[in-house]
Design a protein around this ligand. Structure first.
Ligand code: BTN
Length: 260
């Protein structure tokens, strides 16, 4: 059982997480967040949380698995005015905020572009950002965060047991999920405020220092074709800069996903 009051008691934010919509069971917190926005019943910074997400969505149409009472699955609703070019930075900012929260538990996560959280080479968390845009600005953004927290490896699906890990497996003792959430929200809010003021340098640097594959060869597929390149950094809008035969190309998270 998750206690929204315990999240609130640990918040240092002004608007993110001040309203929490808690559901015992939900298909997807992102889906619920979008429905709430469209019904006009929620404001900027509202957080949608569930203890049992049964049809979670991952990037590029993949499913996201979570364990009732053990994982963390939630979505943040943003309705601040932001240029559409900044959509990619929302994943970058949220990855950094998630890494900082995990670090507060004494762990050392690394980040894979654009939105994966890793511990010792295995994925423990992911982020799915969905947006509605007008011609120039983001009308709303839903930032969904999924983290494997207190599940043991054997509780993950067979397929995930080799590629994924959990926070408890790395720490050795259970983590308080409300704190994981509150600490993410606490570090995300000031970063979002910076982004709305057009300042992205600090968050991009914080992401690069935690990047698991900076200046390393990565594989990605473009138009169905597998390619190898060197990941050399991210642009001001959070896109990947990849050197292919010495020529730098910029690719967004919608266009490609990479393997390391
Ligand atoms: C990925 O790595 O592919 C992204 C996974 C994002 C999962 C989270 S869990 C909370 C929110 N609700 C969803 O349906 N998906 C995101």
């Amino acid at each position: 059982m998750l206690f929204p009051q315990l999240i609130k008691a640990n918040l240092k934010t002004h608007y993110i997480g001040r309203e929490i919509e808690y559901f015992q069971r939900l298909e997807s917190t992102n889906l619920e967040a979008i429905e709430l926005i469209e019904s006009g019943s929620v404001g900027n910074g509202t957080v949608v949380i569930t203890d049992q997400q049964f049809k979670g969505k991952g990037r590029q149409g993949r499913p996201w698995f979570s364990s009732p009472g053990k994982s963390v699955t939630f979505s943040i609703i943003l309705q601040a005015k932001m240029p559409t070019e900044q959509i990619g930075l929302l994943s970058i900012a949220t990855s950094v905020a998630t890494a900082k929260s995990v670090e507060k538990f004494g762990l050392s996560p690394s980040l894979k572009w654009p939105n994966d959280i890793y511990l010792l080479g295995k994925k423990c968390g992911g982020i799915l950002v969905q947006t509605r845009v007008s011609r120039t600005d983001i009308t709303w953004a839903v930032i969904g965060i999924g983290i494997n927290v207190n599940e043991r490896t054997e509780e993950l699906s067979d397929e995930l047991q080799t590629t994924a890990t959990t926070l408890i497996e790395n720490k050795g003792t259970p983590l308080q999920r409300e704190l994981v959430i509150a600490w993410i929200l606490n570090s995300l809010e000031p970063t979002i405020n910076q982004l709305t003021m057009g300042k992205s340098t600090t968050v991009r640097e914080a992401w690069l220092t935690r990047c698991a594959h900076l200046n390393q060869t990565i594989t990605f597929s473009e138009n169905g074709q597998k390619k190898n390149g060197i990941f050399t950094g991210i642009t001001e809008s959070g896109a990947a800069v990849i050197a292919l035969d010495g020529i730098k190309t910029t690719l967004s998270g919608e266009e490609i996903s990479i393997s390391i």
